[in-house]
Structure formats: structure tokens, C-alpha cells
Design a protein around this ligand. Sequence first.
Ligand SMILES: [Zn+2]
Length: 250
Amino acid sequence: MVDAGVIRRIYELSHPLNADTIAAPVSRPFELELTHPHAPFDDRTPVSAETILSGTDCMTVGTHTGTHVDAPYHVSRGRSALMPRSMPVPVVARGVLLDFPRHFGVESVDRELTPTDIDSCVASQGTPLRRGDAVLFRTGRDAAYATPDQFMRAPFGGPGVDSAQYLVGLGVSVVGSDTMPFEAVPSEEPLEVHALLLADQQIQIMEMLNLVEIAADGIHEFLFMMAPLRIAQGTGSPVNPLAVVMAPAD
Ligand SMILES: [Zn+2]
């Protein structure tokens, strides 16, 4: 499907993992320790400019820290409905970026996004949604990532229950946004969008996507790829989703 010769650009849709990585309130922060600092294979060897050195580090990261995907096991309706065997799964699909700040001509959109908003956005972009799409919501919050207080401050723009049902009806493969909670907050039914997508439909949710660059370039349609770590019984995984932009055919 993908000929390496026709790839024009690959966008990485994540924020880096470092000391400034923002964690969801229930997730542990990212830490990295150089547990075996760079040393020669045989540590009796004196180090010269030619000596080959290798180092190894250890990271601690909550599965909902930084850019990540929520697996269905993240949310359930009642304890008996938990799906202990679920783990996050990979997705390769047509990707559509819904760039709401550009569509509305504002810096950021901090309110519930309705099916009417989705329809008007895809119409203005010329990117009708299709079955199997990866649908990425940009609210503009990603531009505030370097300022954690601002990044984490409610209200959060995002889909409400009506839009979640609309996306389910379209048969999307995965959804995501540039905010911490994905769904609009506050709402009358907290976490209902999560329950509807994850628990009822097994549609994974990506959060804290970094869509700044791809939006600035005006790209709304691409080949989307996301491969989570295969964490058995994981409620999620850090991810570095990719948007692959192909060169137009000759
Ligand atoms: Zn999450």
C-alpha cells in the first residue's frame, strides 16, 4: 500500500517524553535514569577516543502520561464488565484531522463539539469522513502544552455524547484529540463519551496528541499509523502516532 518512494513527509503526532511531560492526574510522571552510564564492554579497559562505550537507562512512565492511547480496559460500566484481557491494539487507517481552530478562525475551541460542528468542519476542509477512518480532533489546546497550568485548565473542548454516537455510527477505527480528557469537560455525564467508545464499542481514544505542526501545514488527510506497546492487561500505552503524507501521483 505504501511505496517508500512516494512518502513526502512523516509527522510525529506526540509530545516528547522528558521532565516536562504532562501526566493525567491519575497517571505517574515520566522519569528516566541512566542506570548503566556509558562504559566499555570490559570495565578494566582504559577509555581512549577509540573505545566503544555503551549505556543503558530505565524509564518509569504512567500509561496515561504524555501522548497516549486509552485501551478498552481503561473504562468499564461496573466491575463485572471489565475486560481484563484487552490491550491497546495498532491502527493503520486513513487519517482525518478536524482542525476546529482553523475552521472557526479562532486560537482554540473550549466547548462541546457537536455533530453539526463535525459536519461543517469536514465540509470546509473537503474531507468527508468514511468508515474505518482515524478521526483526530484539534481544539488548539496543544499549543499550550509548554504551560501545564493552561494546558490542564477546564473547560476542555471536545466531542460530547452526540458526537461520540455520531462517530460510532460512521464506523471510525480510532479517535483522538489534543486535550488531556478528549471529551468535552465539563459535561452533564462525565466520562460517558469514554464509556460509550471504550467500554461499549472498543474504539480506542488517543489523548494529548501534538497536532500543532500538521495543522500549521494545513494537512487534513493522511495515512495514519499508531502502534501501542503490547502491554498485557494495559489500560493504555504511550504512543507516537504518525501521519504519513504521500506525494501526489504523477
Ligand atoms: Zn488516557
